[in-house]
Design a protein around this ligand. Structure first.
Ligand SMILES: *Cc1c(COP(=O)(O)O)cnc(C)c1O
Length: 434
């Protein structure tokens, strides 16, 4: 697999180089030079394949022979140690539950795949790396879980003190082993700035092999295509066009679906569903991309004002707005509409949506209403409702059970190292921790 930069001034790299570099030197994003099609035989028999078999074929087709088949199979089996069930919610509407991994959010797919791939390449070279990651909540725990216990890899997570939920904080601060949490007296933006400064600091980089686990890493994008294929495999026999609605913030999840389609998956339409942070739906309507500071909502993992995968999205369509609009329908909902949807779906059939999944549900309904088309609709549920327990319990007026793996975390003791938002503090901490 060869990858180029969307800004086109950095040199092409291999898959391995893209994984460890994260970002090209020209600040663009890595994109595959070509996205190969899967053979038609694959789609003819896809409904007989397991999730792991589908994922293996997809990955092999994309990355080629950089990882031998047997090793790649093992990586995929390790990553997909949990299912992504498709659950019927209404006639012709199903939810694809992407929250059955260790951190209970869909980011487990990307983070686990990246972790296994990095560790595979590192073992061959006997190198050690130190991963630095800033988180506003979900990313940190998925990344930490992904790298937990991996030899040769240290992970340091920076999170803003008092600005993540109690459960999220417990998920970040109770793992131990090779994972350390730094509780920064500042905002998420401060955490991100500190990480950036660390990567620019010559002295640190001479002494420590720093690496990023950034959400735009190509190895986080690839596995986010797997479950679109898998959901399709279960709906294929119905013979209806398939529409996916993806609750979006940085648009990595949706880009995973666009890559699946480019590889030949017959997806009729994508619905890009956002909360009030609607920069991309607005772009689809006006053709103008106007990034701006994010606003806080109850679907907070989508509170993104400058979606980092926008460059990939337009690149996939050669910047042709009409072509993008043919594939993607954009919608947005406010918190009140989101809460009403959670309540309505719960009352109608007992299904409990989290606020992110609820935004995607609304997008699917609006698409159906606007077009009058008949289709198999799938909305992606990106987090377990208990991750947003206060919000959801109040809406449905009922206690939610914590899944066992969250319960265990809640009972553990928080261990975090307090830090100011001053870079010199982070630097001396990292130098001491070597
Ligand atoms: C990160 C996240 C999203 C947004 O995904 P993007 O790939 O950034 O669009 C949606 N829901 C949840 C629960 C998330 O954690």
């Amino acid at each position: 697999m060869r990858l180029y930069s969307t800004n086109r001034s950095a040199a092409e790299v291999s898959f391995k180089e893209a994984v460890f570099k994260g970002l090209p030197d020209d600040n663009g994003l890595f994109m595959p030079v070509s996205i190969p099609q899967l053979p038609s035989a694959f789609f003819e028999t896809i409904d007989k394949l397991s999730f792991q078999e589908i994922a293996f074929q997809v990955t092999k087709t994309l990355i080629g022979d950089e990882i031998p088949d047997a090793d790649l199979k093992k990586i995929i089996d390790d990553v997909l140690s949990f299912d992504a069930p498709l659950v019927k919610v209404e006639d012709n509407i199903s939810v694809l539950e992407l929250f059955h991994g260790p951190s209970l959010a869909f980011k487990d797919f990307g983070a686990r795949f990246m972790a296994k791939i990095m560790s595979y390449f590192l073992q061959k070279e006997k190198k050690e790396i130190h991963i630095l990651v800033a988180t506003s909540g979900d990313t940190g725990s998925a990344v930490a879980q992904g790298f937990l216990g991996m030899p040769g890899i240290k992970v340091t997570i920076l999170y803003p003190s008092g600005k993540v939920s109690d459960i999220q904080e417990k998920q970040l601060t109770t793992l131990g082993q090779n994972i350390t949490a730094l509780e920064v007296n500042g905002t998420f933006d401060d955490c991100q700035r500190l990480v950036k400064e660390a990567f620019l600091d010559k002295e640190l980089n001479n002494k420590i092999n720093l690496s990023s686990a950034n959400s735009i890493n190509i190895s986080r994008l690839i596995p986010q295509s797997f479950y679109y294929f898998y959901a399709y495999s279960k709906l294929k026999s119905l013979g209806l066009p398939v529409v996916f609605s993806t609750p979006s913030g940085n648009f990595g999840n949706l880009c995973g679906g666009l890559i699946a389609k480019r590889m030949g998956l017959p997806i009729h339409k994508f619905v890009a569903s956002t909360n009030a942070n609607d920069v991309v739906p607005e772009f689809l309507e006006t053709g103008i991309f106007n990034p701006r500071p994010s606003v806080a909502t109850i679907s907070n993992a989508m509170d993104v004002g400058n979606p980092s995968n926008y460059a990939r999205l337009v690149e996939l369509y050669g910047k042709d707005l009409e072509a993008i609009k043919k594939d993607i329908f954009g919608t947005r909902y406010n918190d009140e509409e989101t809460a009403q949807a959670i309540e309505k779906v719960y009352k109608a059939g007992g299904y409990i949506m989290d606020p992110h999944g609820a935004v995607a549900y609304l997008g699917l309904k609006e698409y159906a209403k606007t077009t009058g088309e008949k289709f198999s609709g799938v909305f992606l549920a990106t987090a377990h409702p208990s991750k947003f327990i206060e919000v959801v319990e109040e809406i449905i007026n009922k206690k939610i059970e914590l899944p066992e793996r969250l319960q265990t975390v809640v009972n553990k003791k928080k261990e975090a190292f307090p830090l100011t938002s001053d870079f010199s503090d982070l630097k001396s901490y990292l130098l001491k921790s070597m």
